[in-house]
Design a protein around this ligand. Structure first.
Ligand code: NAP
Length: 551
C-alpha cells in the first residue's frame, strides 16, 4: 500500500486552500473527491499511516464489517466503482475494507491531496478573514474558507482509568490502535478487558492462538451470529445490475440497509411462530433478526423481551457450563446497545483455555506488572488487550478542539452538552461542517452511504455559497435548541434511551448524558434536502469578504 512521506507536509506550508478536510476515512476521502469536482482546492490531513480511517486503525484480529456488508457497505455513488470491486464475503474483514479504500484512493487519484501521518494540532476561525487556519504537528500552517471534520465517530480510544495500567510489564494494546504487524499470542497468557463489538470479534480468534485467555466482562452482551460466508456470485451480479434501485432502497430504508422492513408486530405471532422466525434469522445470521423480523423490536418493550429471551435461550444451549452461561446472559433491552455480530463468541467459553471473569461479582482492583488483580485474586498475564471502546461521536471532535468565534473552543462550547444544527454545523463555528457529527444518523445508518449523502449536502452548500458570493454560513441563533429537541424526541419513540450505552455517553466516566444519534434515518436526509431547497433555512449567511476566497 503506498504510504506518503511526511515531507510532503512542507508542500502545504503557508498554503491557502478552499477547504481543509480532517480525516481520510470514507467521509473525508469522498469529501475531497466532491470538492475537487467543484474545482476547489482541498487537502486532507490524517494522523494514520494509510487512508481508511477506522479501517486503518482497527487491525485487531477478527475485525470485520458488522453491518450488511458486501456488496452494500461501500461507496455507492459510482456504478463504475461498484462494477470494478469484487467483495469476497458477506461480512468483509478489515484487510479487505482497507484494500478497497486504498483502491478508491488510487482510482480517484486522491492521494496527491492527502497528507498522512499528519495531525492537526490547532484549528482557529479568523472572523475578519472568514477563514480557518490550521496547524499541523509538522509545523505547517494552512488556511481555508471551509473546515470539514470527518474525524470519525469511533476514533477517540477510551483507555480505561484503572489503577496501575501503565505498570503492566507485558505488551498491552487497545483494539482501536492495533499494531500493523501481526501480534503473536502463541503460548501466551492473554487478558482482554471489554466485551463490546471489538472484544466479541477478537475473543474467539485470540482464544484459538493463546495458551490461555482471560475475558474480563463488565456487562454481558447479546450477540448474533454474523453468518459470514462467501458472497453468492448471483447476488453480486444482481446487485450490480440493479445498482440504482439497490442504492435507492438503501437510502429509503430506516438503517440505510437493503432490508424490507417488516410490518408485523412480534406480539401478533404465537410463541411458536416467533421462535421459528427467530431461529431462521439466527441460522442465516446478521442483523435481520433485530431489524427485519418484526417492526417493534426496538420500539416496544414486550416485543423486545421476546427476542431477548430467545437469545438468552441460545446462550444457555451453546455454553455447556450453566454457571458460565448465566454470567454471559444480558438483561438490558436487546438492540439498544450497538447490536453485535460474532463468529463463534459464545462457543469460545466452552474451551478449556478460556476463563470468564464477571467483573460485576469480582471487580478489577488494579493492574499489576504481572496481570490483573480482581477482588478474588491475581490473574497472571503476559499480554493485555483493551477492548474498552471509544469516547464516541463527540470525542474526536473535542480532541481536535477547534476555536470558533471569539476564540471559544469546542470543549468550552460543549462543556455542558453538545449542540449542533442538523448535526452538520455548530453555532459559533462558521464554515465548519461535520460528517457523521453528533445528532446525525451516523452509526445507526449505513455509514459509507450516510457519509456520501452528508458530503454531497456539504458540496451543494459550498457551491451555493460560491454562486451567491457568500463568505460565511453559520447556524442562526437558537436553531440548535429545536434541533436537539427533535433528536431527543425521535429517540424517545424508541427503546434506545432506556439503556446506558455509548449512544447516550454513559460509557465515559463524567461524560454528560445526551442521546447522540438522530434516529430519523431517511427522514433526516430529506430534512437536509429541504433546508437546502429553502436557501439554507436556519443558517445565517454573510456576504463574502475579498479575503475569504483563496483563488
Ligand atoms: P464498546 O462497545 O464501548 O465496548 C467496550 C467494552 O469495554 C464494554 O464491554 C465495556 O463494559 C468495557 N469497558 C470499558 N471500560 C471498562 C472498564 N474500565 N473496566 C471494565 N470494562 C470496561 O467498544 P467496542 O467494542 O470497541 O465497540 C465500539 C463500537 O465500535 C461498536 O459498538 C461498533 O459500533 C463499532 N465497532 C464496529 C465494528 C465493525 O463494524 N466490525 C467492530 C468493532 C467496533 P460496559 O459495557 O460495562 O461499559
Amino acid at each position: 500500500m503506498p504510504e506518503q512521506s511526511t515531507q510532503q507536509a512542507s508542500a502545504a506550508r503557508a498554503q491557502a486552500l478552499d477547504a481543509i478536510i480532517i480525516g481520510a476515512g470514507f467521509g473525508g476521502m469522498y469529501a475531497l473527491h466532491l470538492l475537487r469536482g467543484l474545482g476547489l482546492s482541498a487537502r486532507v490531513y490524517d494522523d494514520a499511516t494509510s487512508v481508511g480511517g477506522t479501517w486503518s486503525w482497527n487491525r485487531y484480529p477478527g475485525a470485520r464489517v458488522d453491518f450488511p456488508g458486501g456488496p452494500y457497505y461501500c461507496y455507492t455513488f459510482s456504478e463504475e466503482l461498484v462494477r470494478e470491486w469484487d467483495w469476497a464475503e458477506t461480512q468483509p474483514d478489515q484487510p479487505s475494507v482497507l484494500a478497497y479504500l486504498n483502491f478508491v484512493a488510487d482510482k480517484f487519484d486522491l492521494r496527491r491531496d492527502i497528507e498522512l501521518q499528519t495531525r492537526v494540532t490547532s484549528a482557529q476561525y479568523d472572523e475578519a478573514a472568514q477563514r480557518w487556519t490550521v496547524e499541523t504537528n509538522h509545523g505547517a500552517r494552512v488556511s481555508a474558507q471551509f473546515l470539514i471534520c470527518a474525524v470519525g465517530t469511533l476514533s477517540a480510544a477510551n483507555r480505561p482509568n484503572i489503577p496501575g495500567l501503565d505498570s503492566f510489564a507485558g505488551a498491552c494494546y487497545h483494539t482501536g490502535h492495533w499494531p500493523h504487524k501481526k501480534v503473536d499470542f502463541t503460548g501466551k497468557r492473554v487478558g482482554i478487558i471489554g466485551t463490546g463489538s471489538s472484544g466479541v470479534q477478537a475473543i474467539p480468534i485470540i482464544a484459538r492462538e493463546a495458551a490461555h485467555l482471560t475475558v474480563f466482562q463488565r456487562t454481558p452482551q447479546y450477540t448474533i451470529p454474523a453468518g459470514n460466508r462467501p458472497l453468492d456470485p448471483a447476488v453480486a451480479r444482481q446487485t450490480r445490475d440493479n445498482w440504482p434501485q439497490v442504492r435507492q432502497q438503501m437510502i429509503e430504508s430506516p438503517f440505510g440497509a437493503p432490508f424490507v422492513p417488516s410490518t408485523r408486530s412480534a406480539l401478533d405471532d404465537t410463541p411458536e411462530q416467533r421462535k421459528a422466525l427467530y431461529e431462521t434469522h439466527w441460522q442465516k445470521g446478521g442483523l435481520g433478526i433485530a431489524f427485519d423480523s418484526y417492526h417493534d423490536i426496538l420500539f416496544e418493550q414486550a416485543a423486545n423481551h421476546t427476542l431477548a429471551d430467545f437469545v438468552r435461550s441460545k446462550i444457555g444451549q451453546i455454553v455447556r457450563d450453566p454457571t458460565i452461561a448465566k454470567k454471559l446472559m444480558p438483561d438490558y433491552l436487546i438492540g439498544t446497545k450497538r447490536q453485535i455480530l460474532d463468529s463463534g463468541y459464545y462457543e469460545t467459553f466452552n474451551r478449556a483455555n478460556v476463563t470468564l471473569v464477571d467483573l460485576r461479582d469480582d471487580p478489577i482492583q488494579a493492574i499489576t506488572p504481572g496481570g490483573v488483580r480482581t477482588r478474588s485474586g491475581e490473574h497472571a498475564l503476559d499480554m493485555l488487550v483493551l477492548a474498552t471502546g471509544y469516547d464516541a461521536i463527540t470525542g474526536a471532535l473535542q480532541n481536535l478542539n477547534p476555536r470558533g468565534r471569539g476564540g471559544v473552543t469546542l470543549k468550552q462550547q460543549w462543556a455542558e452538552r453538545f449542540n449542533t444544527y442538523l448535526g452538520m454545523a455548530i453555532p459559533g463555528f462558521p464554515n465548519l461542517f461535520m460528517i457523521h457529527g453528533p445528532e446525525t444518523p451516523s452509526v445507526l445508518f449505513n455509514m459509507p452511504l450516510g457519509a456520501e449523502l452528508e458530503g454531497e449536502w456539504i458540496r451543494d452548500c459550498i457551491r451555493y455559497l460560491r454562486e451567491h458570493r457568500l463568505g460565511v454560513i453559520e447556524p442562526a441563533p437558537g436553531v440548535e435548541i429545536a434541533w436537539g429537541e427533535e433528536v431527543a424526541e425521535a429517540a424517545s419513540h424508541t427503546l434506545f434511551p432506556l439503556t446506558e450505552s455509548w449512544y447516550t455517553g454513559a460509557n465515559i466516566p463524567g461524560k454528560h448524558r445526551q442521546f447522540a444519534v438522530h434516529m430519523g434515518g431517511p427522514r433526516y436526509f430529506q430534512q437536509l434536502s429541504q433546508v437546502a431547497a429553502k436557501g439554507y433555512e436556519g443558517f445565517v449567511l454573510e456576504p463574502e469578504q475579498a479575503a475569504s476566497v483563496s483563488a
